[in-house]
Design a protein around this ligand. Structure first.
Ligand code: PMP
Length: 455
């Protein structure tokens, strides 16, 4: 008689996957065929069936140095052998060296707090901000303002900061005290308003919100240097710099989420370095280890840290997590940054990104392309049904481009905000280590697929 064990043994890996693994963003009996990825080298991945794809999304915008880096595996291996674990209630050499290195890259004086994921890093930033204000004599400051369309994570606090309703509404009630304002979306700004004027209006919307909420209740503003997952929305520099000015004026901390933009993605080591700002906190994850191991960071300005001094009250930051700052992950992150510097991947991101944008700029003439935009190796193509009305392209039209690219061996992404109807923005975000041939491949596939889908 066949046992359940026998039945399991005769299953293919894909069947086992269907039986046992609940994929992220999926449902029961999902019609999508699971893709079991078995290998990664450079910018390319191979699935179980032997299909090869250029990963034009670097996984989830994270494998910045590309796949298959033996040096990274070795750095983790050696650290695991030397000393596999100590919690960050104590310390260890790679954690110290990485913190020092991050300060050098940030070009400022921060304390580095380690966690595991981008969501964690943002949660830590919220908790530090609230406690900072309490200890600084302003206990009423507890609210956070972020932007609609932004994504800041899946845990309840980070999800509260997220500005995409579809990701949130089934999990209500979320954490109270999180408010949203509109981001600059330059492509969709009102006719007759200059980019600069429009960006100043969006910054004014933020200031109005702070004032209406009563500034003395607002703890922080969290934003990405440019909105990534919400549709590659690149602000004018006047916006970002004005936001910092407004935060300072009202005693509100500015938290910059570098989870995607960090580590070279936008052509600078950190996205906020395109602007003349000094954030109070910076959160990072993904590209920090190129996702070879989980690790994230909340970098906190020293003057904030100083309010956590023992003043007779309990001033500990009462937050601990088991895996944050894992020594092997820190050793790997140091090696990851070393590779980026040695191969000048940040400079390469700027140069290749520029080339990609120049090449794809010609898509602007395509009947279903409204806007082509990008910064560094982070590119967005906004698809529309009608160039004049800018009506977002239908899901079928957008998905067809994605599946045709995949059929030609190129993975690209889609993002935006479904509720607002803006799930119409394609993302291209390949490893920064792409070769010239890889880049030529991306350009030729995207151009070919758009050409074939022009009616
Ligand atoms: N912030 C941003 C900007 C992100 O894009 C993400 C994840 N895509 C997060 C935070 C959350 O990171 P994680 O998935 O590692 O929790």
């Amino acid at each position: 008689m066949k046992t359940a064990k026998d039945a399991r043994q005769s299953q293919s890996i894909v069947e086992k996957d269907r039986e046992n693994v609940w994929h992220h963003i999926s449902q029961y009996n999902d019609k999508k065929q699971p893709v079991v990825v078995t290998e990664g080298k450079g910018a390319w991945i191979t699935d179980y069936a032997g299909n090869k794809y250029l990963d034009g999304m670097s996984g989830l915008w994270c494998v910045n140095v590309g796949y298959g880096r033996e040096e990274l595996a070795r750095a983790a291996y050696e650290q695991m052998q030397q000393m596999a674990y100590t919690s960050m209630t104590q310390s260890h050499v790679p954690g110290i060296e990485l913190a020092e290195k991050l300060n050098e890259l940030l070009d400022d004086d921060y304390m580095i707090f380690y966690s595991n994921s981008g969501s964690d890093a943002n949660e830590v930033a919220f908790k530090i901000a609230r406690q900072y204000h309490q200890q600084n004599g302003e206990p009423a400051r507890h609210k956070f303002i972020s932007r609609y369309r932004a994504y800041h994570g899946g845990s309840l606090g980070a999800l509260s900061a997220t500005g995409q309703a579809l990701r949130k509404y089934k999990y209500e009630p979320l954490t109270s005290g999180f408010l949203h304002v509109s981001p600059p979306d330059n492509y969709r700004r009102p006719a007759g308003v200059s980019v600069k004027e429009y960006n100043l209006q969006r910054a004014q919307e933020l200031e109005d919100k702070i004032v209406w909420e009563q500034a003395e209740t607002v703890a922080g503003v969290i934003m990405e240097p440019l909105i990534t997952g919400g549709g590659i929305l690149i602000p004018d520099r006047v916006y970002v710099e004005k936001v910092q000015e407004i935060c300072k004026k009202h005693g509100v901390l500015l938290i910059i989420d570098e989870v995607i933009c960090g580590f070279g993605r936008t052509g600078k080591m950190f996205g906020h370095q395109h602007f003349d700002i000094k954030p109070d906190m910076v959160t990072m994850a993904k590209g920090l280890t190129s996702a070879y191991l989980p690790l994230s960071v909340t970098a906190v300005r020293k003057d904030i840290y100083k309010t956590f001094e023992d003043n007779g009250e309990n001033s500990h930051f009462r937050h601990v997590n088991t895996f944050g700052g894992n020594p092997a992950a820190c050793a790997l992150a140091l090696k990851n940054i070393e590779i980026m510097e040695r191969e000048n991947l940040v400079g390469r991101s700027a140069v290749l990104g520029e080339r990609l944008q120049q090449e794809l700029a010609e898509l602007a003439d395509h009947p279903f392309v409204g806007d082509v935009r990008g910064l560094g190796f982070l590119m967005g193509i906004e698809m529309v049904e009608d160039k004049n009305t800018k009506k977002p392209a239908s899901p079928d039209r957008v998905n067809k481009i994605i599946s045709d690219c995949k059929a030609s061996g190129l993975i690209i992404g889609k993002n935006g905000d479904t509720v607002a109807g803006y799930n119409n923005i394609l993302a291209i975000c390949p490893p920064l280590s792409c070769t010239d041939e890889d880049l030529a491949f991306i350009i030729s596939v995207v151009k070919k697929v758009f050409k074939e889908n022009a009616s």
